[in-house]
Design a binder for this molecule. Structure first.
Ligand code: SF4
Length: 331
């Protein structure tokens, strides 16, 4: 049975790009692979970058990321969902992998270069990040890894580490494959400045748990087709981010009405945005309600995470035993 692994950064509230690009995919894979879909909130990764790590907020963000995923439809009783630091085997395997990975390989990772350039002093943990990521995946002998395309290099390195370990200590790990969700690549930020979440602007994202009136304030001022200077100017929905959002939240009839209305100046941009907000309200309101219920019952969330860590360890421990024996540690 194939095994799926994916790590989720506890950095801020997930946005609709995360939701359509990753979270809905987790739910779908969970229905297919059940407990063999293994998802963890990667708090050990979060502390490697001092530019974004805020100790006061880490526990809260980790909790909120679990709430957001459960509210978005991930059922913790059907998949394995836990917090990375609750399963210490991740760190143990990562250490072994650092001994197999040349520093030069780690230094040429694009993400490391981008992040380290912005720091005065670079922590060793930031350099070791890909070894920890390889450990996250291989600790469960996962063969399928849903990720964004920016993780391609890290998955390649994971495959390389698996090959090196197998060569040095005998066949142990599969070489995992990345699976990409193309939809994630096309969701623009609401400020019109590239992909959602990539722009530095505070107003570039729409959070899946963001209040609808706050979402409206962002939509209201969002750029549209610049050719529509006056209400009577026809527009082109293909160059408008609002239409990209309609494709996510509106039904086919609405899409066709908006498309025709835009091209003939039959509708104005504010009306178009109000129609979008109605679609978003229908889609996001049940998620908001589930999130409120989960926040009101934090013990449910904590118990689900504790149970998830127990299940993850039940899979990880025999694999770690095999690794320890192959590496040659005294029992
Ligand atoms: Fe964009 Fe809608 Fe305005 Fe057309 S009518 S430019 S799709 S906001």
């Amino acid at each position: 049975m194939p095994r799926v692994f994916s790590g989720i950064q506890p950095t801020g509230e997930p946005h609709i790009g995360n939701y359509f690009g990753a979270m809905r995919n987790y739910v779908r894979l969970g229905e297919e692979f059940g407990k063999n879909s293994i998802y963890c909130v990667v708090d050990l990764h979060a502390i490697t970058n001092p530019a974004s790590f805020e100790p006061r907020l880490l526990a809260q963000r980790t909790f909120e990321m679990a709430v957001a995923n459960f509210a978005a439809g991930l059922d913790p009783s059907r998949v394995t969902f836990f917090v990375q630091s609750h399963v210490p085997e991740h760190q143990e395997l990562a250490w072994i992998f650092t001994t197999l990975t040349p520093v030069g390989e780690l230094e040429r990772m694009t993400q490391y270069k981008d992040k380290s350039e912005q720091l005065e002093s670079v922590p060793a943990g930031l350099l070791m990040y890909p070894a920890l990521m390889a450990a996250d995946i291989l600790l469960y002998k996962a063969d399928t890894v849903p990720v964004g395309e920016d993780q391609t290099q890290h998955i390649e390195l994971t495959r390389e580490i698996a090959r090196k370990f197998n060569h040095a200590f005998g066949e142990t790990f599969p070489e995992p494959k990345a699976v990409y969700n193309k939809q994630a690549l096309r969701i623009p930020g609401v400020d019109g400045n590239g992909k959602m979440g990539k722009s530095k602007g505070p107003g570039s994202t729409i959070g899946i748990l963001e209040p609808l009136d706050a979402i409206w304030q962002k939509l209201r001022v969002a750029p549209t087709d610049p050719a529509r200077v006056r209400r009577t100017d026809p527009g082109n929905p293909d160059v408008c981010l609002i239409f990209d959002y309609h494709k996510l939240f509106s039904d086919l009839d609405t899409l066709q009405t908006v498309d025709a209305g835009c091209r003939t100046a039959g509708i104005g941009c504010i009306d178009c945005k109000k129609t979008l907000l109605a679609g978003m309200t229908e889609h996001l309101s049940p998620i908001h309600e589930r999130a409120e219920a989960l926040k009101a019952d934090p013990d449910f969330v904590r118990d689900a995470l504790a149970q998830g860590a127990k299940e993850a360890r039940a899979t990880a421990q025999p694999i770690m035993e095999e690794v320890r024996e192959k590496v040659g540690f005294l029992k």
